[in-house]
Ligand binder design. Structure first.
Ligand code: ZN
Length: 330
């Protein structure tokens, strides 16, 4: 193609060189240029393979480092996952169980996070497996942590509720074990001391010397503190919430007022014989959802007389002065 060509000039009778046409010239230049470009490309990539550029070296080093960090991340995730399993087991089998809460259903615990869009981006990577695996596990852990957190919030709420319920529920004898008392009438049917007829007795009667302190059996609010016209005499009724009320009847004196907040062990009044009574005694009654229940089932806290007086004095110390205004007046 590039060889020189000659012809015989009939006029001069000499060999003369054939000159290429302009079109041929363009074609030669084009082909030459194309060859040069191909050569440059081949040289560049072949050269880089043998002698990488400084930037390529940095990328390669970073790549190796990233791979080892991913491997480390994987083993750390394994540890976090095992902590989460432990936390889940303790939550379901202990925290929730102790508060009678059902375990979190496995369908909720195993619910997905829906990171499909990001996963799609990761799948487009040259080697998606490693990054995708870590990413999906982190999503999974994050989801489990959120569910665990919600469950613990429920547990805390239930525990506070239970704590409040335990403080309010009537659970001690209204008369200290140190005081001389005796049971004169149990809960249930008995012969009425006035009429002799068999009637239901909705509480228990505890007889003792007049003037003994009568203590509140659980925290609550005073519902009534007045003379009862139906035979109970001077009485205090305390609303403990959660459907519970307690009645302390036939009192000599009343030390609390309607609407007053009272604590377990606090003195409500003194033992007396007001109303329909044959002698000094306390009629103690507990109602749940307005139905009388046997108070004996509510003496959970079998306190010694020392423990009882400690509870009673604490309830009195924490109590606001009965009539602070009158005390400050001269
Ligand atoms: Zn009674």
């Amino acid at each position: 193609m590039f060889g020189k060509k000659y012809y015989i000039n009939t006029e001069t009778l000499r060999y003369e060189r054939v000159k290429p046409t302009r079109k041929q010239l363009y074609r030669y230049v084009g082909l030459f240029g194309f060859g040069l470009i191909c050569l440059a490309i081949l040289m560049r990539f072949g050269f880089e393979r043998i002698y990488p550029t400084p930037r390529q070296i940095i990328y390669q080093q970073e790549n190796v480092k990233l791979r080892s960090e991913y491997a480390e991340l994987n083993s750390e995730l394994l540890e976090v996952e095992s902590y989460l399993v432990d936390l889940r087991n303790r939550d379901d089998r202990f925290y929730r169980a102790i508060l009678s809460l059902d375990p979190v259903p496995s369908t909720i615990r195993g619910a997905g996070t829906g990171g499909a869009l990001r996963d799609q981006h990761l799948r487009n990577l040259r080697e998606p497996g490693m990054v995708l695996n870590v990413s999906q596990r982190i999503d999974n852990i994050s989801n489990k942590v959120k569910i665990q957190s919600t469950s613990l919030t429920d547990v805390l709420e239930e525990a506070l509720n239970t704590q409040e319920f335990l403080a309010c529920k009537p659970s001690i004898n209204p008369i200290s074990p140190a005081d001389p008392i005796w049971l004169t009438s149990t809960y249930g049917y008995r012969n009425d001391p006035f009429t002799g007829k068999r009637t239901a007795h909705h509480g228990i009667d505890l007889a003792g010397p007049e003037g003994l302190d009568i203590h509140c059996s659980g925290a609550g609010t005073v519902l009534y503190a007045k003379m009862n016209r139906h035979g109970y005499g001077k009485e205090v009724v305390v609303d403990h919430g959660f459907g519970y009320t307690s009645r302390y009847a036939h009192l000599r004196d009343i030390h609390v007022k309607k609407g007053q907040k009272v604590k377990r062990g606090e003195v409500l009044g003194t033992l007396g014989s007001t109303g329909r009574s044959t002698g000094p005694h306390l009629h103690y009654e507990i109602r749940k959802d307005n139905r009388a229940v046997n108070p004996f089932y509510f003496f959970y806290e079998n306190l010694t007389s020392e423990e009882y007086s400690l509870l009673a004095s604490k309830a009195t110390i924490d109590k606001a002065p009965y009539e602070p205004l009158a005390m400050s007046q001269k």
